[in-house]
Design a protein around this ligand. Structure first.
Ligand code: GLY
Length: 387
């Protein structure tokens, strides 16, 4: 990997998921000299199995108002982010404001969904309660048993695979190198500079290191202990079904209590996702596939006619409070952008702009205080089952 003569990089990003890629792209676009190092290959973690749901209201939960505000702000950034990226990469990423319909099939689910809808209303979110027949008027493929739903017209989706491909192209256009198979095995601070060694024999220098290694961020041995974030892998299994593009089983994101479905323009339907505490295990299990198909079928029986095209599993980067870490760590020159749990694709634009601003010595576009890595200093966590 070539370095910029004499001074090394302004920043090296360690980790090549959507957060590392998007942040490196925004920083490079703003004039920073950056590179990205990746232990495996781009999008080898959560990004590679993400459904691409951009759904702040659907993800809203009690006591998580700061997280909701971040998610909403990032959704507001998405149209410009997508337009810039599509222009830079000259390729489409399928960003689409489809809307989402959260539905309940039985009485228990209806009670729970109604509580969620009341939460939406109390937070002033744009969510509309619909009776079962009104849900089916919007999405005729829904089961006749549907008792009601919350319609959130502003929610959106993107194709994460196209997104990653576009980010890699955009970085290439800016001559930013992305090193796959380059695991950071050592990093020492020497005055104002980090000296970084990778397992493939590479040596690099940078003013700042950005830890953007998703669920592996908590395992990074080169990160001083006081700054190592308490991030754990949370397994998600996900399916891709395929049907005719001109007869989709749904137009919107359709979500139930234990499943969500995200349609793609080419006729694919992404069905996600289990939530399992299994360490770094990414086995696709019969139980996981069964659960997803059973729950999807309860909402839209027609999915039984679709081809089962793919099944995958990946580790989400979970944090103790479900919120990401974005900002300076307790270690000088070490920035963290990791722990985006269920919302990495959604939060990519706001994280990337925040990281680019911090690297440039500017104020970030949002208050990052609730997401400061410093909130976890001193918190001890058990190691994950298997690294
Ligand atoms: N964003 C939804 C999930 O992580 O399953």
């Amino acid at each position: 990997m070539t370095e910029h003569n004499g001074h090394g990089y302004d920043a090296i990003f360690v980790g090549c998921g959507v957060i590392g890629l998007a942040s490196a792209w925004r920083a490079a676009r703003a004039g920073a000299r950056v590179c990205v190092l990746e232990r495996d290959r781009p999008a080898a973690g959560a990004t590679g199995v993400a459904a691409g749901m951009l759904a702040p209201v659907g993800e809203a939960s009690w006591g998580e108002e700061s997280l909701l505000a971040l998610n909403q702000e990032s959704l507001r950034c998405w149209p410009d982010f997508a337009a810039d990226l599509e222009a830079d990469a000259e390729s489409a990423i399928e960003f689409a404001v489809r809307g989402a319909l959260h539905v309940a099939v039985d009485r228990d689910e209806a009670e729970e969904l109604r509580r969620r809808y009341e939460l939406h209303r109390s937070l002033g979110l744009d969510s509309e309660w619909l009776r079962g027949k009104d849900c089916r008027a919007l999405e005729p493929g829904l089961a006749t048993a549907i008792r009601g739903g919350a319609h959130v017209a502003g929610e959106a989706s993107v194709d994460p695979r196209r997104l990653v491909a576009a980010l890699l192209t955009a970085l290439d256009q800016l001559r930013v190198e992305v090193g796959s198979g380059a695991e950071v095995v050592g990093a020492e601070r020497d005055g104002e500079v980090w000296r970084v060694r990778t397992g493939d024999g590479g040596e690099h220098e940078a003013r700042v290191l950005v830890l953007s290694a998703g669920c592996w961020s908590g395992q990074a041995g080169w990160v001083p202990e006081e700054s190592r974030p308490p991030i754990r892998p949370v397994k998600g299994e996900i399916l891709t079904l395929r049907g005719p593009a001109d007869e989709p089983v749904c137009e919107r994101i359709v979500a139930g209590e234990r499943v969500y479905m995200v349609p793609r323009a080419d006729g694919r339907l992404i069905v996600g996702a289990t939530v399992e505490e299994r360490g770094f295990d990414t086995t696709v299990t019969a139980g996981g596939v069964h659960e997803l198909l059973r729950e999807a079928y309860r909402l839209i029986p027609e999915i039984a006619e679709l081809e089962l095209a793919e099944a995958g599993a990946g580790p989400r980067p979970g944090t103790p409070d479900n919120a990401p870490l974005i900002g300076w760590s307790a270690t000088e020159g070490l920035l963290i952008a990791a722990g985006h749990y269920r919302n990495g694709i959604l939060q990519a634009p706001i994280t990337a702009d925040s990281v680019a601003a911090l690297l440039a010595g500017e104020a970030p576009p949002v208050d990052l205080e609730p997401f400061s890595p410093l909130r976890f200093v001193g918190l001890r966590t058990e190691p994950a089952l298997e690294a």
